[in-house]
Design a binder for this molecule. Sequence first.
Ligand SMILES: [Zn+2]
Length: 326
Amino acid sequence: MWMDIVGHDQVASRFSHVLRECRLAGTYLFVGPGGVGKRLFAKRLAQCLFCSSSAHNELAACGHCESCRLMLAGNHPDLLEVGLKADKRTLELEQLVGDREHRNRQGLCHDISLKPYLASRRVAIIDHADTLTTATANALLKTLEEPPPASLIVLVGTSESRQLPTIRSRSQVVRFAPLDAGEVERLLVENDLVTGPDVARSVAELADGSLDQAVAMASQELWQAHIASVELLDKPTIDSVRLAELVSQFTNAAGKEAGPRRTALIALLGLVARHYRQQLRANPHGSVARMSIRRIDRCLEAEYQVDRNAHLQTVVQSWADDLARA
Ligand SMILES: [Zn+2]
């Protein structure tokens, strides 16, 4: 494991090779599921580049020099970071090129062109690169095309396809694989992110290798809605009206916007499908098995509909009716 980063040894050996050959590019685009450690990796890479006790062509950091200590404390003056502000949905122009009054005299593109304070280069991490608009991406282009000497820019996003072509074509893409379920489970427990080990195991299996997704799934509300739904579903006759009500209440509580409501519903459908997968494992043959399979299929179908922006209330009602009939 490279510098305590779980699951990305391959990426580490790629950078180790690149540094040894002195072929570090000016701009990288890190892509992969949320919560697998992309930004942490970028910071560790910066630490190696800043470390005054390790050779410059080595992917290593001593952990004790002034640069390492500042990096570990989260305030090295040569590391620049931008990401989504709490109440915003996209990165803002002023974060990159300064506000109207200070255009091109503030912001990340200006700051990265300054001489390093302490290290031999400056490193910028642009998180949430998925949210770059055409305008903000255009503001970045000049810096990406003519990067200041010895600077490094790391854009962090979820997938290559979500990046604007102008950004993609000017970056070296580095793909981060999903974590395996066991790693997600361990991280959940070790970092006290869930209420108990059984919750950790259940959500880790469902989270597609993303710690962010696992944490969202483990939320108290989701877990309670899941338990209540399964209780109704396990009765000899299913009250589909009550089930739809319960699921709608949970979905609506996720917020006024459609996005969070869809995410919440998909997470709950995933947990219900998992419940039937467990039943199927326990009874792999006969009529119970056939019923479990039909219900798993119906949950997947509902997830697909939610994904395709179908009307949520309608999806929930017909899903509940079909499960009651299945
Ligand atoms: Zn050091």
